[in-house]
Write a protein that binds this ligand. Structure first.
Ligand SMILES: [Zn+2]
Length: 365
C-alpha cells in the first residue's frame, strides 16, 4: 500500500499575528520521489523553469519582518502549477521555456487529475483555511503573493525591478505601485512582466472571489539571488508594502468581480445592488417561516442569527454599536424571541444529532 503523500505545502511562521498572509506558489524546485525527477536532469531542475528563484527566501523573510504567516508550495511548479485553476490546460506543463518535460508530456487526463488531487488541492485548502481562521478572529486578511521573473526573456532585457500584478481589485496594488515608484531609480511595472488577470489563478480564487485585498509581486531574479545584496531589495519592498498598507486603510471585504462580458458599474450602483439582493434575501426568509434555523445550519452552515451577526459586525466596522438582538431583529422583522415563540419548532433528535456533528466542523456564532 502506498503511503499517503506528504502535505504539499510549508507553513512558515504559523504563529504570526499580522494581517498579511504571504503566499509563494513557485517556491521550490523539488520533485516528489515518486515522480522520478519528471525525467529531467538535475541541472535543468535548478533553473527558473522549476521554481521562481529567490522568491521563497523573500516570502519567508517578509513573513518574519511583518510577523505574518506564509504558505509556500513544497514542490516544483512543473509537478503542478499552484498558480493555475484546475480547469487550466497548462496546469501541468508539457513544455516550459521551450523545453519538453518528459514526465508530463504523456500524462493523460487521469494523471493530471491525480497531480491536482495530491499536490494542488491541499495547498489551496490550506490557504482557504488560513483565510477562514483570520475572518473568524475578526480580521480581514491581506494576501500578498511573491513571485520572481528572469531578467532576460527570449533575448529581451526586462527593465522592471518589481512587477505589481493585479486584476479588478487595485486597493493594495495601486498604492504599492505608487510607493515603489517613489523610490529613486526603481522601475516598477504595472501588470508587467505579466498580466494579473488570469481567471482562477491563486489570487483570483482566494482574493477576487472572496473580496479580500490582495496583490501579486514579481521581483527580478538577478536582484535577489546574491546573498550580499538581496537584503537591500527585500527592505525596499518591505518599505513600499508598509506604505501601501497604510494608504489602503483597514482591509475590508469588497466584491469586485464584474459580470462576464464586461460592465461599467460604479461602486455606488454595485453597493446598491448588493444591498437590494440582501433585502430580498431577508424578505424571503421572513416569508419562509417554515424553514428552521437548525435546518439552514445543518445544510449550509449559517442561519438567520448568523446573518444578523454579520450585520452587527459590519456595523461595528463603521463604529456603530448594535446589540445582538437588535441586529437579529433586522433579519427576523421582530424580536428574535418572538419569532422563536411563533415559528420555531421543536428540533427532532435527528436534527440535533446532525447539528452536533456539523457544528464540530463549523463555527456558529
Ligand atoms: Zn511565479
Amino acid at each position: 500500500m502506498a503511503l499517503p503523500a506528504p502535505k504539499p505545502f510549508e507553513i512558515h511562521n504559523s504563529a504570526g499575528r499580522g494581517e498579511m498572509l504571504f503566499l509563494c506558489d513557485h517556491a521550490s524546485s523539488a520533485i516528489p520521489a515518486e515522480l522520478a525527477q519528471l525525467g529531467l536532469p538535475a541541472d535543468e531542475l535548478n533553473t527558473h523553469i522549476a521554481r521562481d528563484i529567490g522568491a521563497a527566501e523573500l516570502a519567508r523573510w517578509l513573513a518574519g519582518e511583518f510577523d505574518c504567516m506564509a504558505i509556500l508550495g513544497l514542490w516544483s511548479r512543473l509537478v503542478v502549477d499552484l498558480n493555475r485553476g484546475e480547469d487550466d490546460p497548462t496546469i501541468v506543463a508539457k513544455l516550459s521555456d521551450r523545453r519538453i518535460i518528459p514526465g508530463n508530456a504523456s500524462l493523460d487526463a487521469g494523471g493530471v487529475r491525480a497531480r491536482i488531487e495530491n499536490y494542488h488541492t491541499p495547498y489551496h485548502r490550506c490557504i482557504a483555511a488560513a483565510i477562514d481562521a483570520a475572518l473568524e478572529r475578526g480580521t480581514v486578511p491581506v494576501l500578498v503573493s511573491i513571485h520572481s521573473f528572469t531578467p532576460l526573456w527570449r533575448g529581451q532585457r526586462r527593465p522592471w525591478h518589481f512587477g505589481v500584478l493585479w486584476d479588478r481589485d487595485g486597493r493594495l496594488a495601486q498604492p504599492l505601485l505608487a510607493e515603489l515608484r517613489k523610490i529613486k531609480d526603481v522601475v516598477a511595472g504595472d501588470n508587467e512582466p505579466y498580466s494579473g488577470s488570469l481567471e482562477n489563478d491563486c489570487l483570483y480564487r482566494h482574493g477576487t472571489m472572496r473580496g479580500i485585498p490582495h496583490v501579486l509581486i514579481e521581483v527580478r531574479q538577478d536582484l535577489i539571488i546574491e546573498e550580499q545584496d538581496r537584503t537591500r531589495w527585500w527592505r525596499l519592498l518591505a518599505h513600499a508594502l508598509r506604505g501601501a498598507l497604510q494608504a489602503m486603510g483597514p482591509p475590508t471585504i469588497l466584491l469586485k468581480r464584474g459580470i462576464s462580458g464586461g460592465n461599467t458599474m460604479d461602486e455606488k450602483t454595485r453597493t446598491e445592488l448588493e444591498a437590494a439582493a440582501f433585502r430580498r434575501l431577508v424578505a424571503h426568509l421572513r416569508k419562509r417561516t417554515d424553514v428552521q434555523n437548525i435546518d439552514m445550519m445543518n445544510l449550509a452552515g449559517f442561519c438567520r442569527n448568523c446573518l444578523g451577526d454579520w450585520y452587527r459586525e459590519a456595523a461595528a466596522e463603521k463604529g456603530i454599536t448594535l446589540e445582538k438582538d437588535q441586529a437579529r431583529e433586522i433579519v427576523y422583522g421582530m424580536p428574535p424571541a418572538e419569532w422563536k415563540k411563533r415559528y420555531q419548532k421543536e428540533a427532532s433528535a435527528e436534527q440535533q444529532a446532525e447539528f452536533a456533528k456539523s457544528s464540530q466542523a463549523k463555527t456558529h456564532s
